[in-house]
Ligand binder design. Structure first.
Ligand code: BGC
Length: 372
């Protein structure tokens, strides 16, 4: 079969390869499922891996097949799989419990304490930018056909679902937590999906991006579902509380770490800041009002939490939110898929879009690998 692979450590090494067809029997215990990839998404992590800033090949392999955002159709199942059948639509989760930490052992690999983690298309496991893959049924999420067109957005949404679930779990320290207002920093793919997820929960949501709002699709997507959009060129996040009040929840998804210190100053008492950007650089920040921030956190019982990856429950919550979003804001999610590239052979086009945003600002670029 065809797949797109990179050689870790070598910049711009992505290439089309011909590799062995996976088989149901590759997975132990009769729990194998052979899946035909229909669509596969691309994000900044894929760009960083192709830029040789990130990514590890599986043991014994010189290359890593890329891709973690996925959507496919079951072709064949092993003898001990009763929950899926050929023709079913599925999305695979990304991280696997291959480590030794207690969290891996209890199936909470998204909370692993191991330094080495196992993620399809990212770290130590081949990914989904391929025609087929074989996977254990335990890691496949069944997708209702009604959301087939947008289910490729489930993996990025699962990251947000985990962030929100963490906030809810942490806030159980308060017997009552009814967050009303939220700020979402960054209105790229993750930021917009966060605006959506919080709007679906009935919150007043304020999105912030770098671009000016006029003619900016991402700004329109915010306002179309009842959120606001502000450019930080016109209104800083710290200043925004004079207009909107302090936030009960702030979700950071800009990839720009200094904004975290601004975000920390915009929380309400008991408020929570969720950090989701994987900032691989070595930036430092001068002029941080550390006494003020520290005092606000102490006197106001505020919380800051980092979140990475997602587990089955977060993907399942994402399926429900995708369906609810289609019911409440029909067509909105489809507008997020701004770039569709036919066939894995055209992978160079995907990287061009990830680098330059393509001809329009790119929110989500996907491969259409096979017809639904
Ligand atoms: C993926 C996550 C992954 C993280 C760190 C993100 O792009 O969506 O599943 O855990 O990168 O590797």
């Amino acid at each position: 079969m065809k797949a797109i692979a990179i050689t870790p450590g070598i910049k711009n090494s992505a290439k089309l390869i011909e590799t062995r067809d996976p088989k149901v029997g590759d997975i132990k215990g009769g729990r194998g499922v052979l899946v035909e990839v229909l669509k596969a998404g691309a994000c900044g992590t894929d760009r960083e891996i192709n830029d040789a800033e990130y990514g590890v090949a599986p043991a014994g392999s010189e290359h890593l097949i890329l891709g973690h955002e996925n959507f496919g159709r079951v072709v064949e199942v092993g003898p001990n799989v009763s929950e899926l059948k050929p023709g079913d639509l599925v999305v695979a989760t990304v991280r696997r419990p291959c480590g030794t930490s207690i969290y891996d052992l209890i199936g909470q690999q998204d909370f692993t304490t191991d330094n080495e983690y196992y993620e399809h298309g990212i770290s130590r496991l081949h990914g989904f930018w391929a025609e087929y893959y074989a996977e254990d049924a335990d890691f496949l999420i069944k997708i209702p056909p009604a959301i087939a067109d947008i289910a490729v957005l489930l993996e990025p949404l699962s990251i947000i679902e985990k962030g929100i679930k963490q906030a809810e779990d942490i806030q159980r320290r308060l017997d009552i937590w009814r967050p009303k207002t939220a700020a979402v920093l960054g209105t790229g793919n993750v930021g917009l999906l966060t605006v959506l997820a919080l709007r679906l929960r009935g919150m007043e949501v304020h999105g912030f991006g770098l671009e000016l709002p006029e003619g900016y699709l991402n700004a329109g997507l915010c306002t179309d579902i009842g959120a606001t959009y502000d450019s930080t060129q016109e209104l800083s996040v710290t200043e925004s509380v004079k207009k909107y009040g302090d936030y009960d929840l702030v979700f950071e998804a800009t990839g720009y770490s200094p904004i975290m210190f601004e975000a920390m100053q915009t929380l309400n008492e008991n408020g929570i800041l969720i950090l989701s950007s994987v900032t691989g650089g070595d930036r430092t920040t001068d002029g941080v009002p550390s006494d003020l921030i520290n005092q606000q956190f102490v006197l106001g019982n505020r919380v800051m939490v980092g979140t990475v990856n997602a587990n089955r429950e977060h993907f399942e919550a994402g399926v429900r939110d995708l369906a609810l979003a289609e019911a409440m804001y029909g067509g909105w999610l489809g507008r997020m898929i701004t770039h569709r590239v036919k066939g894995l052979d055209n992978f160079a086009k995907i990287f061009e879009i990830l680098e330059n945003g393509g001809e329009h600002s790119a929110i989500k670029a996907i491969f259409e690998v096979a017809e639904i």
